[in-house]
Each structure stands twice: as C-alpha cells, then as structure tokens.
Write a protein that binds this ligand. Structure first.
Ligand SMILES: [Fe+2]
Ligand SMILES: [Fe+2]
Length: 369
C-alpha cells in the first residue's frame, strides 16, 4: 500500500503572476496515486484541480464545482472512505464516478454513493471533459452547489432496485413508490420540461431512461386527468418497468449502434424477467401487467406475449407511449438528442400499434409541457 498523500494543482491561481480567468475548481479522489495522477492530468487541462487519495485524511477546504472519483468500488475500504466524505460530496453539483469494472452492481453502487453521472470502463478523456464543462450546473447565488433531491432520491431508488435484482435480494417496494411520488410532486410543481432537462444532465443509460419514462408517464397521466390511485399505479409501473434489464449485461444495454439478432433476443427477455422478479413481491396485478406488457402493440406485433388490443389495459397503453417517447428523446453521448417534435412524429407514424386517441392526447405532453 502506498503512503497516503494529497496533491494540489492550480487550485489557487491567485498570486501566480499571469492573470487568467478564474477556472472552475474540480476535486479528484482516487484509490491509488497512479489513478489520481491520470485523472488529474486530464482534468487540469481545463480546470483548477485538487487531488486526494481516498486513504488520506479528508481535507476538502473549499466547495468544488465537481468531484471526480476513480476507485475500485468492490473494495470496502474505498466505499467507507467515500461514505466518510458524503457530506462534502453532497455540496458539489456534479459527482462523476469513473468505474473501472462495468457491472450493474458497480453502477448501482456508484449511484447509491451519490453519483450524478457514472462513466464505466476505460477513461474517455473527451467524454469526461465534456461532462465537466456542461455549463448547466445547479449552483446557488452563494456559490454553493446543491444536490437535486427528487432526481437523486429517484436515481438512488432505481439503483437499489437494480442491485436487489442482480443480487437476488428483496426489493424496497415502498421506497421505490415514494421516490415515484416525489417525481410526481416535482412535475406538478415545475412541469415536465424541467424534469427532462435535469435528468438528462445528471444521468445516463438505463437510469436516465427509467427516470425519463416515469416523468413522461406522470405528466401524461396528469394531462389526462387520471385520479390519484391511477397516477400512483402509473408512476410505480414506470419506475419498475425495465427492472428486468438488471439481468442483461451493460455491454449490451449500453452498446452504441445496432444490436445483432442474439443481443436483441436477450434484450427482449427483460419484460418477462422483470415480471418474474416482481411477482414474488407485494406488487399489484395492474403494475405487474404493465411491467410484463409494456412492449406489446395493439396489432399483436409486440412481445413477450403478442397480445392484441382488447387484452392491453389503459395503464399499459399510457406506459408504452411514454416509454417509446422517452427512449427517443434520451441523451446519449454518442448520438445527438432527438427533438421532441421529431419523437412525437415517430409515435404518430406507428400505425395500428398504439391507440390513436391516446397518441393524439399525448401531443400536448410531447410538445408543450
Ligand atoms: Fe422495456
Ligand atoms: Fe423502457
């Protein structure tokens, strides 16, 4: 084990002679000196950086715009060291975890530790700098960044759900529903557009998708004037709908570009997998039905059961439209984000698959809310 140490680079440019515009301050944490030096050398291209080994005494003296962590999350000492800094971490608007081992458990663990973005695999320099440079920080007038409670609570709920499925542990059904309720409150208060923007800024991949679908489904439900009980069914179904993806390797879920037939067949197991897992829990039949059937189409061309119109309930129909729309507008770093108008046109072009009247009602959600 190497000696604990900290390093400070360009963290305080005042008095260093040449005047340059103040650069945002980024704090880097890593579990080895090599990793620390590697990450710092990238970040310092554009930011003032202070680096610290996780096994050093925590000495964060000023609030950074972002914290970047590169550590093996399979090591419990690293987890403990990150938890010890939880209060300081929460002050930074961005908490980017660079994961060496891409797995659902690793990604879930990072979100449970407060990540706002997880970048798995080999460090991608331009991707990291782009994430750090995103100007849309939530920084208050006092200069103190604040974490976004509804987004982070929901991401944490989804993270613990994926961990539970991966490890075969019981799900926290009530906690997940409570997070869905928080999203509903937030959207009632601030509208759908704000939710979509915030979620796309903070998260990627399956987590982002689940958060987007839940937000879209809630706003769709609100626009249709559904009652409180149906709204609860809707956001619960949306939170749970893709939980079966916890059984699919990240390499396939996050693969840029087209999937081959074998990969597609594997992906298509997720509604039934999610249903089987949730069946053992205290989840209502309507929610189970929505999880199993959110990829069914009215013309019988969907999966896993090839259901036709009369067998597909209202909650499922609403969820399916929300799911497709959210998938189209999600933000992926390797492709441009589809505008909402274009995504709505795709839904309109799915003749015979979706309920026409519902797609028509969805127009104001898709375009104006
Ligand atoms: Fe799905
Ligand atoms: Fe989905």
């Amino acid at each position: 084990m190497q000696n604990a140490r900290t390093m400070l680079r360009h963290a305080n440019p005042a008095g260093i002679g040449e005047k340059e515009p103040a650069r945002s301050f980024v704090h880097v944490l890593a579990d080895t000196s090599d990793k620390l030096a590697g990450v710092c050398s990238i970040v310092e291209e554009r930011f003032a950086v202070a680096g610290e080994r996780l096994d050093a005494e925590a000495r964060l003296t000023r609030v950074p715009a972002a914290i970047v962590i590169r550590a093996d999350l399979r090591d419990i000492d690293n987890i403990a060291a990150i938890k010890k800094r939880a209060r300081d971490l929460a002050k930074a608007g961005k908490r980017i975890f660079l994961l060496e081992h891409s797995s659902h458990v690793g990604v879930s663990q990072a979100y449970a530790l407060g990540a706002t973005l997880v970048l798995p695999g080999t460090i991608n320099r331009s991707r990291l700098l782009a994430a750090l440079s995103d100007p849309a920080d939530s920084v208050s007038s006092s200069g103190t960044a604040h974490s976004d409670n509804a987004v982070e609570a929901a991401a944490t709920a989804i993270a613990s759900m994926f961990t539970a499925v991966t490890l075969g542990q019981p799900l926290d059904i009530d906690g997940t529903k409570a997070a869905g309720r928080q999203i509903a409150d937030r959207i009632t208060e601030r509208g759908l557009s704000e939710w979509l923007t915030t979620v796309r800024r903070h998260h990627e991949g399956t987590y982002q998708h689940c958060l987007l679908v839940t937000g879209v489904a809630i706003d769709f439900g609100l626009s249709l004037g559904v009652g409180r009980a149906d709204l609860e069914r809707l956001y619960s179904a949306a939170m749970f709908h893709d939980v079966g993806k916890a059984r699919i390797p990240l390499a396939i879920l996050d693969k840029p570009g087209r999937l081959d037939a074998e990969e597609r067949a594997l992906i298509e197991t997720h509604p039934a997998e999610g249903y089987e897992f949730l069946k053992g829990h205290n989840v209502s039949p309507e929610i189970l039905d929505a999880v199993r059937h959110h990829h069914e189409y009215l013309d019988g061309s969907g999966y896993p059961d090839g259901l036709c119109a009369e067998s597909i309930g209202d909650i499922v129909r609403i969820l399916t439209i929300s799911d497709i729309f959210a998938a189209l507008i999600e933000h992926r770093h390797y492709k441009p984000t589809m505008p909402r108008t274009e995504a709505y046109d795709v839904l309109c072009g799915m003749n015979g698959k979706l309920e026409k009247a519902l797609v028509h009602s969805f127009k104001q959600v898709a375009l104006t809310r």
